[in-house]
Design a protein around this ligand. Structure first.
Ligand SMILES: NC(=O)c1ccc[n+]([C@@H]2O[C@H](COP(=O)([O-])OP(=O)(O)OC[C@H]3O[C@@H](n4cnc5c(N)ncnc54)[C@H](O)[C@@H]3O)[C@@H](O)[C@H]2O)c1
Length: 290
């Protein structure tokens, strides 16, 4: 494992050494167990350099994983070009279009994994979508179509991708998704996405129960608010971040790379006894009552 703690340090305006999450000396001692060499990891959900999936892909790569990337295609091919340029330093051995609303693309993604890799070890589900109009105002105004779309893309896709991954995880595996506190408590404007995340978290438990006998672990990281393309659609996201910076025990929110570090841990042998869990990577915000 070649984590460089400076990645985390430079991502924050940290004032004291004591605020650095873990000392690099202690991380080095864990090197042998947090080694993802020989593991094939499919990372979904990279849209740009702010994507949480990008933070995860970088840290899995640093831990030695062989990276595959799927992206959401668009008609003009803009996303393909942008994501390809971004992920180039990770030398992905698989780069495929995969719109989770398109069953044929899901099938061809996993057929490509079968053909190129022969097995899958890690699946990162890091995607979500809801119409902007359903992410502000009164929750009771959520449209039938908006509800269906948000739940299909953000929740059902985990079930779909897990079903496709299952036969390829012949040596066991780790499936990881991303959730948010708004799936457990009411957060203003999160609205329909809160319902999607509640369903996602319960899906993690049902999938963990089903896939555990095959030594496939299924977990979620509940990340603190981070400015990304998806989060910018949520009304008042900046106020949410400022609130966390004032109230969270660490007096800040988290970075994509910190989420990536936790993801690498959960996908490694260090987490071999952990499944069906929601791990909060949120600077401690979740424990606060006020
Ligand atoms: N940013 C935050 O504050 C935050 C906090 C907690 C959890 N999350 C979760 O993290 C995950 C990643 O979001 P992000 O904040 O990095 O934003 P992002 O916009 O970078 O990522 C969202 C991704 O979803 C993909 N996507 C949307 N519709 C798709 C479809 N039909 N098929 C395939 N891919 C599709 C997009 O292409 C994009 O790559 C989401 O599940 C989000 O809910 C985000």
């Amino acid at each position: 494992m070649r984590f460089d703690i400076s990645d985390v340090r430079t991502s924050h305006r940290l004032k004291k050494a004591s605020q650095i999450p873990v000392s690099s000396r202690r991380l080095r001692k864990l090197t042998t167990m947090l080694d993802l060499t020989g593991k094939n990891a499919l990372v979904t959900g990279i849209a740009n350099n702010r994507s949480i999936a990008w933070g995860i892909a970088q840290q899995l790569h640093k831990a030695g994983a062989n990276i595959g990337v799927s992206y959401l295609p668009d008609e003009k091919g803009k996303m393909e070009k942008k994501v390809a340029e971004l992920v180039e330093p990770l030398n992905p051995s698989l780069f495929v279009p995969c719109d989770v609303q398109n069953e044929a693309q899901i099938q061809s993604t996993f057929a490509a994994i079968q053909e190129k890799w022969g097995k899958l070890d890690i699946l990162i589900h890091c995607l979500a979508f809801a119409n902007k109009e359903d992410l502000s105002g009164e929750f009771s105004n959520t449209s039938r179509a908006g509800f269906a779309k948000a739940l299909e893309i953000s929740t059902y896709s985990l079930i779909q991708l897990s079903a496709a991954a299952k036969p390829l995880m012949i040596e066991g595996g780790s499936i990881l998704t991303l959730t948010y506190l708004g799936g457990d408590r009411v957060v203003p404007n999160y609205n329909v996405m809160g319902i999607a995340k509640a369903g996602l978290e319960m899906s993690v438990r049902y999938l963990a129960s089903e896939l555990g006998p095959q030594n496939i672990r299924v977990n979620a990281i509940s990340a603190g608010p981070i400015r990304t393309l998806a989060s910018s659609a949520v009304g008042g996201i900046l106020e949410m971040i400022h609130h966390v910076e004032e109230v969270a025990p660490l007096r800040r929110t988290v970075t994509q790379l910190e989420v990536g570090n936790a993801a690498a841990f959960l996908c490694s042998d260090l987490a071999s006894g952990i499944t069906g869990q929601i791990l909060y990577v949120d600077a401690g915000y979740e424990i606060m009552g006020m």
